[in-house]
Design a protein around this ligand. Structure first.
Ligand code: FEO
Ligand code: CA
Ligand code: CA
Length: 608
């Protein structure tokens, strides 16, 4: 039977036999990479963790790489656009760019769709036909969302602030299609414009979080950079503030070291400050940027709930917040800091999760750790705790709040391992291994290469596999290996390869779904959704339209619907001359970020 697995570049003959694998494992990985063809073998190294179990998947023909303006899905699957930027979440007129005001945007789906999560209705059920779909909206796209994008003005700024954040949307499956329930009381927008967020955890109330608008340091109006996220066992959404540096401008001496480390004041892409919003002008509101860069918890089942920024999980450019329980039911949250040479973190709650008991304190009380990798395939997790040398007043840390506000600088001092942009994280459902995407890092030089970041000028990325010590996510030790190297060296013979792995999601059968972000830069081909088997062999399931990256995979409990986000189609072009008008393909309508449902034509589970 032809299958994803049998299409692997690694034939049975290539696969390492048990008697030679120890010697290759012992070979320094940089040496392995020197032997061109052997590079692919890295992908097939037997796990130092337990062998993953893999369900066979059915025959599916290849979906080739391409750079078309339209999307494509592999044979045996179908795609259906559920909702697009600007679609109404209340009964109102359909999307029209000319009608898109800030006030209207507050009642419509946001832009730059990213992480999605499905929350069944009723709560705690396994209903796969009806539920709440949450959608992250990462950043505005001024050149494609304003027909008259000549200069930022107050209306443009307010529209952009209303277009980012999160959407909560009631959806129902009817036949093969998913429909939005437009008069649902659950439908909700959370934005950077008009939504209040509480601030809790060890940094809440810190002087460094206080502003004239909020002298308590516990309440903030605004959330943005919502990239990936996670779902808690108690049915809430975790959404991550990532590239907060893109929203602030100006200069302040007050937080110079802190802001420099995050690029704040140097990387402003969205000049909201210039439209007289003092929150984003560092000179006027010097502490405001400390109130962003957190993981935010939202209860989608309670439309009246106030979301909470959970500061104990640290402040950095959070890509994701992947939640798992330890053996003793403590809550463990893995999160990467997505920038070149940044770190991988995990938070472990002090108290266990006990179903039925209050969960409000679980993400506030606990310890944040940063990963340090060793070249012998072992690793440790270092606590980011105030008072432990060197996180002391000698290094300008005076409280745990200081450590959390300047998480990056604290991790620097602990000499944690810098990584090639840690992004997606997913836990293997059978082995408990933690898979981590390192998207790319073209800034890494040959002198900076190490075992865990084995490529200089790394334009194509890799996926790490971590095995927690004693198979317990609360362990502060573990082992690691490389699961997959991106680029043509991976599966070149079959033409099935990927680069720049970003978001990750395991199916219950143990197949790894991988969204890519950057294949256009590597090979002038569109990004897509790939499925990998246990050997690291990949097959493309869905191809994005031109300019888009693939993000936000989530599944219904029955595994029969896969939700994905198609983020920034037509990126790099303008409203007047877009490189694609996906998904509407109507004159006068710009390309629109959308959430797509992928289903099997035979009604089966994704991946077989
Ligand atoms: Fe928002 Fe790192 O992708
Ligand atoms: Ca990402
Ligand atoms: Ca990305």
């Amino acid at each position: 039977m032809n299958s994803v697995k049998s299409n692997a570049v690694l034939s049975d003959n290539d696969r390492l036999s048990p008697d030679i694998s120890p010697s290759l494992t012992a070979l320094h990985r940089r040496d392995v990479l020197k032997y061109g063809g052997l590079a692919a073998l890295l992908c097939g190294l037997p796990s130092i963790a337990k062998a993953a179990t893999v369900s066979p998947v059915e025959t599916i023909a290849a979906l080739p790489h391409d750079n078309q303006p339209f999307s494509a899905v592999i044979n045996g699957y179908q795609e259906h656009v559920i909702i697009r930027w600007g679609d109404p979440l209340q009964p109102m007129q359909p999307f029209s760019l000319a009608e898109m005001t800030p006030e209207r945007q507050l009642h419509c789906v946001g832009i730059s769709c990213d992480y999605t999560a499905f929350f069944p209705l009723p709560k705690n059920s396994k209903n796969s036909q009806h539920g709440l779909l949450t959608i992250n909206h990462e950043f505005p796209n001024p050149s494609l969302m304003h027909a008259d994008a000549t200069r930022p003005d107050a209306a443009h700024t307010r529209l952009e602030q209303a277009a980012v954040g999160v959407s909560i949307v009631e959806v129902r499956r009817q036949g093969q299609q998913w429909q939005v329930v437009t008069d649902s009381p659950y439908n909700r927008r959370l934005t950077a414009l008009d939504t209040l967020y509480h601030i809790k955890g060890h940094a809440a109330g810190s002087k460094r979080l206080q502003t004239l608008q909020d002298p308590t340091g516990t309440r903030v109006m605004g959330m943005m950079g919502n990239c990936a996220g996670g779902v808690t066992p108690w049915g809430t959404l975790l959404t991550c503030e990532e590239n907060i540096s893109h929203f602030f401008a100006g200069h302040t001496d007050i937080e110079e070291q802190n802001y420099q480390r995050l690029g704040i004041g140097q990387q402003c892409k969205y000049p909201w400050w210039s439209a007289h919003d003092p929150r984003f002008d560092l000179q006027q509101t010097p502490n405001e940027a400390n109130r962003y860069g957190w993981v935010v918890e939202i209860d989608p089942y309670n439309p009246k709930s106030t979301p909470v920024k959970r500061t104990s999980l640290g402040r950095f450019k959070h890509e994701t917040a992947t939640v798992v329980l330890s053996k003793n039911q403590h809550v463990v949250v893995y999160s990467g800091d997505d920038q070149q040479f940044e770190y991988l973190y995990k938070f472990i709650s002090k108290d266990p999760y006990i179903p039925g008991r209050s969960t409000d304190h679980l993400l506030d009380t606990g310890t944040l750790y940063v990963a340090k990798f060793a070249e012998n395939n072992t690793m440790t997790w270092l606590p980011l705790v105030f008072g432990n040398t060197p996180l002391t007043p000698d290094n300008a840390f005076h409280s745990q709040a200081d450590v959390l506000i300047e998480t990056r600088r604290a991790a620097d001092l602990l000499r944690a391992t810098t990584l090639d942009r840690p992004e997606g994280i997913s836990i293997h459902p059978h082995t408990g291994d933690v898979y981590v995407s390192l998207t790319n890092n073209s800034l890494r030089t040959a002198a900076q290469v190490d075992d865990v970041n084995p490529k200089a000028n790394n334009t194509t990325g890799q996926i790490l596999r971590l095995q927690p010590g004693e198979d317990d996510h609360a362990s502060l030790a573990g082992k690691w290996d490389l699961f997959l190297l991106g680029g043509r060296n991976h599966n070149e013979a079959s033409g099935e390869w990927l680069a720049c792995p970003d978001n990750l999601l395991f199916t219950e059968q143990g197949q790894l779904l991988i969204g890519t972000d950057g294949m256009g830069d590597v090979a002038d081909i569109n990004d897509g959704l790939y499925m990998a088997d246990a050997t690291g062999a990949v097959k493309q399931l869905y191809r994005c339209p031109l300019g888009a990256e693939l993000t936000g995979m989530s599944q219904t409990p029955d595994q029969r619907t896969l939700f994905i986000s198609v983020q920034h189609p037509g990126n790099g072009s303008t409203w007047g001359n877009p490189s694609t008008r996906w998904p509407d393909f109507k004159d006068g309508t710009p390309p629109r970020c959308s959430v797509v449902a992928i289903t099997r034509t035979n009604g089966g589970r994704i991946g077989g």
